[in-house]
Ligand binder design. Sequence first.
Ligand SMILES: [Zn+2]
Length: 431
Amino acid sequence: MNRWHFFLTLILLIAFTSVSIAQKITRKENKILENVSKNHGQAIEFLEKVVNMNSGTMNLDGVRQVGVEFDVALKELGFITRWSEMPHEMNRAGHLFAERKGSKGKKLLLIGHLDTVFEKDSPFQSYEDQDTIALGPGAEDMKGGDVIMLYALKALFEAGALDDTQIIIALHGDEEETGKPISISRKDIIDVGKRSDIALGFEGSTGFNDATVARRGSSGWKLEVTGRRAHSAGIFSDEDGAGAIFEMSRILHQFYEQLHAEEFLTFNPGVMVAGTFVDYDDANFKGTAYGKSNVIPQSAVVTGGLRFISEEQKEKARATMKEIITNNYPKTDAEIIFWDSYPSMPPTDGNTKVMEVLSQVSVDMNQGEVVAFDPLKRGAADISFVAQYTDGIDGLGAMGGGGHTPQEYVDLTTFETLTKRTALLIYRLTR
Ligand SMILES: [Zn+2]
């Protein structure tokens, strides 16, 4: 390289560097951030108002009333809204869907829920400002997240940045106690997921520097073992065999031995009833047993859960379990059934790319890079229902703690900043 080339390269480098600095936060983006700050007081008032409205999942009227608050607010931002009613026998409030039609950038699906775990008879009913935090039922899980979503959209709307964007909002009325069958209660979100590119979940934030790019799915299983009822003196004989309890022990031990070390897979036998006569009530998770030490037990029942990171992992685990239950001890037999609950949200390159956009927003706001949060530390969530159709990240909601307890709180000091990050994320994804 001659001297002339060297200087030219140097000039280009300087020019490039200054351009990238200048592009950190654009003038338009600054306007959006200013709008978030301007509306922050109003956002907290709105949060207080909706937290003070009881919306325990089974308080159908309460859930609908919270829905009306969001419905009115979203209409003001140019969204077309629709209340999706659930069948009467499901006994759930239904869901709020809102949509803006457009063709700019990525098509987004924003996910929240209106219900909380605190029913009408809970002693925990109201919002209480305690300076840097506010206590309240659903303050963090997840009315806080819903309000962050709403006020990010409001800031964008006021800056004219929602024009021609395709954004759908799904606010479920039954996230904490999902209406069954799931094929009906989650049909709407699957439908809108199919026509969206990216899903953003507003469940609680785990920190400025991580995002949820994967969530495990949940499912259930029930294992029933039978043995030959006989006098205990005959146990281990070819004629009377091992009995149902030894066989159940063998199976559970082998489940543990063969599957416990697999990454992201967990399974838990939650209840066991065993003896000569057993009576297990699936609906109430309760059972009774009768048995005597001198009788070989003829029945054993276990129900459990199984969490997984992908459909493939779930199917593989089920196959292993089915294999294990066939190698029966003498004169015993076993049957297992499985059922699905929440699908998983596997970690994908697409999800990582969305996280990288958030990471750039975070870096540009001088808050450092965002990395993937450990999926083992998060439960199942509604974003998983659209994971097979969209890229997405979750954990964009409020920071706080004590979820599902009377100590639930939202951190008020990070609320405005989280709203700003979401506003810029939505802005950049829809350009
Ligand atoms: Zn939640």
